[in-house]
Design a protein around this ligand. Structure first.
Ligand code: SAM
Length: 232
């Protein structure tokens, strides 16, 4: 069944309203008709089954027949990734991290960021389609930070793991106990130039743990996916 997105503000009095891209997707792309059934998620755990009652040029109105609430799986996995030059690779990493269960993503400018080429509007629509694609009901928050420090101040986490290729391979195993005890785990991946020595020493001073993702040097977006997938 196709899943559509309507934020809570568009769900009122037993009706949900699909607008903009979602309305176009339902009525034009999927050719939905009045009387068809569909599923809507609100990005905050709400999952609604309903019947289309009215289709206009700008909206699709759905009468809700059944509501369920899905709670987020724990621990919250948060991906912090250095901004990389190639926008398509950054967007790929964001999409895959969401499919793999990231509840939040912070993209940060770091000492070795080469060039910023980020489009927030594209990331927002990638977040919505990755949520729907992977049948999740929570929308992943994606934010951009002007520095690693600013991201660390803004994102609360009780465990911070840093993917660092210069750490010995003995550190490959992620200590599952610390992860299971953690409610919010932040996974950090550097940009194409990696983390600087001072960023690494600041992070370890803050209690972050360095982990290896194996002997091969991975591109940043591959590292993000490999890191996230260790928690599936
Ligand atoms: N020359 C860079 C350096 O010295 O760090 C390479 C950076 S790598 C292309 C981009 C990021 O991916 C790294 O900062 C790290 O977070 C992650 N990464 C890549 N391969 C890794 C590995 N084998 N183990 C841990 N992290 C890795």
């Amino acid at each position: 069944m196709n899943i559509f997105y309507a934020p809570p503000s568009q769900i009122n009095n037993g009706f949900a309203e699909l607008l903009d891209q979602e309305a176009v997707h339902a009525s034009k792309v999927m050719r939905a008709r009045e009387g068809d059934k569909l599923v809507i998620v609100d990005g905050e755990g709400g999952r609604y089954k309903g019947v289309i009652r009215r289709i206009t040029k700008k909206s699709v109105q759905v009468e809700i027949e059944d509501v369920q609430h899905q709670s987020r799986s724990k621990p919250h996995l948060i991906l912090g990734m250095g901004i990389i030059k190639k926008r398509d690779r950054l967007e790929f990493a964001v999409e895959k991290a969401i499919e793999l269960g990231a509840s939040q993503i912070g993209l940060f400018r770091s000492e070795r960021t080469i060039k910023e080429n980020v489009r927030m509007d594209r990331l927002e629509s990638i977040a919505i389609s990755a949520m729907k694609q992977s049948l999740q009901s929570h929308l992943c928050n994606v934010n951009i930070y002007r520095s690693l420090d600013m991201m660390l101040e803004a994102i609360s986490a009780d465990t911070i793991l840093v993917a660092h290729e210069k750490v010995g391979e003995t550190k490959t195993r992620i200590d599952s106990k610390s992860i299971h005890d953690s409610d919010r785990t932040l996974l950090l991946v550097g940009p194409e130039g990696g983390f600087s020595e001072s960023e690494i020493s600041d992070l370890t001073d803050e209690g972050a743990e360095l982990v290896s993702l194996g002997p091969n040097r991975l591109r940043a977006e591959t590292a993000a996916i490999a890191f996230m997938s260790q928690f599936l």
